[in-house]
Design a protein around this ligand. Structure first.
Ligand code: GLC
Length: 435
């Protein structure tokens, strides 16, 4: 019976199981789930996919619904949007009017890391009989979204995937974007009022100088009528992102497995063509000086000047290169030694590291999960276990926060955060099926 595993509530970890289920259910709005009631009152793309993993442990039907509803916001050109706006929520900025996407339901004009195909594979494999008809309907939508990345978010001849707004990476104000963002001139933006600062301490959120530039990029995209190819080719910001590139690469492999299950030969060939560019994408991102995969400004060719945790997603992407992997593992050990509660989102020895500011240092349960999955598959079991145990202790000690301070393990950002609860159920809980 679904969920029986989760019903005994006596020990502290069992209390966490019950609390995680409560959070998922209380942020559940029927067929989609809010990341957090006050801070993020709509459907976010990759949040929803982690939520589906959480639901997969207790209610498989509801997990499929979460994925299906995300694709209600898919554009004709294939993009699955980063936010799907359904009910009117005046407390959120920038809302549907600012994006002016022309879509129904309204959406933002960008995408987010494509974890969907990987998640759909988990759901399908859990029960292929009940999942087959649903997979058949979703598969063409996943294909169209991946094709959108491979055609609209690469620059001629390139293979690494560009983000055209820091928000598209899901790592909104990572130091990876600092230098390319400085080149964006915010002059002339319309006056606006942020809402995030009303909910969370400003010391944890992006600065005003960054926010002006975020808004400039939204205004630019809107002025092109959201012509994604043009935005990638000519817009003020196009940065190859190891996060999206590796997540897509992994998702391409999972999509290939799904095409096999369905016996779709044409799709298989197309996906294999995408996969053939994997090595070139990785080479483009590799920085020999740092010994890591780094974001790279597509306009100038410059690498970011510090290491983000998404560098370790190359294992998750299924890339193997013994020389590079050794250097990455050294960095991994150094990151985890330097802070007590890793994995920090940015190099803790870099002067720009900030332990509580959004993506400039904090630990995120979803990232720990993705990195650990890659480690497990590559045979680095101790590293995977360290990430899982750290995440488990963090949540048991501090609760289901949006993210955590890697120095003292305290929770930060929004409380009762859905993706943290979902990752608990899918992976961090001692009872978890481990995604
Ligand atoms: C922030 C995060 C992004 C996430 C969203 C909703 O914008 O940076 O990754 O999807 O919040 O949780």
């Amino acid at each position: 019976m679904p969920g029986t595993l989760w019903q005994n509530q006596s020990s502290p970890d069992r209390k966490c199981d019950a609390e995680a289920i409560r959070i998922l259910r209380s942020n559940d709005w029927g067929n989609y789930t809010l990341p957090s009631r006050r801070l993020y009152p709509y459907q976010w793309n990759w949040d929803s996919m982690f939520v589906a993993l959480g639901f997969c442990e207790i209610d498989l039907d509801r997990a499929w619904l979460e994925v299906e509803s995300l694709f209600e916001g898919q554009w004709r050109n294939g993009m699955a949007a980063h936010i799907v706006f359904r009910r009117d929520q005046p407390g959120y900025f920038p809302g549907p009017q600012i994006w002016d996407s022309g879509q129904q339901p309204p959406t933002s004009g960008l995408s987010q890391p494509p974890v969907a195909a990987t998640v759909v594979r988990v759901l399908y494999e859990k029960d292929p009989n009940s999942g087959r008809a649903r997979l058949r309907k979703l598969f063409p939508k996943l294909m169209r979204w991946h094709r959108w990345f491979h055609t609209q978010r690469v620059i001629s001849g390139g293979a690494a995937i560009a983000v055209t707004h820091p928000w598209e990476s899901g790592r909104d104000n990572s130091p990876d974007w600092d230098s390319p963002l400085r080149a964006v001139d915010p002059a002339g933006i319309r006056p606006y009022q942020r809402c995030d600062l009303g909910h969370v301490d400003s010391a944890m959120r992006p600065t005003m100088a960054d926010y002006d530039r975020y808004m400039k990029l939204v205004e630019y995209g809107r002025a092109t009528g959201w012509d994604h190819a043009q935005i990638t080719r000519e817009g003020p910001f196009a940065v190859a992102d190891p996060g999206i590139t590796f997540i897509l690469l992994r998702a391409d492999r999972d999509l290939k497995a799904l095409a096999r299950y369905l016996g779709y030969r044409d799709s298989l060939f197309e996906i294999e063509r995408w996969l053939r560019s994997a090595q070139r994408a990785a080479d483009y991102l590799w920085c020999p000086h740092h010994g890591a995969y780094l974001a790279r400004d597509m306009r100038t060719g410059e690498h970011a000047s510090g290491i983000s945790s998404v560098a370790f997603l190359s294992f998750y992407a299924g890339l193997a290169n013994s020389r590079r992997d050794l250097r990455l593992l050294d960095h991994f050990k150094r990151f985890m030694r330097t802070v007590k509660w890793g994995m920090p989102s940015f190099d803790p020895e870099d002067p720009r590291f900030e332990s509580r500011r959004y993506w400039r240092g904090p630990t995120w349960a979803i990232i720990n999960y993705l990195i650990a999955r890659g480690f497990t598959q590559a045979g680095y079991h101790d590293e995977a276990l360290l990430l899982r145990e750290t995440t488990q202790r963090l949540i048991m000690q501090s609760g289901f926060y949006e993210y955590f301070d890697p120095l003292d393990g305290s929770g930060a950002g929004g409380p009762e955060f859905t993706w943290t609860a979902a990752i608990w159920l899918a992976w961090a809980s001692p009872q978890a099926g481990q995604g």
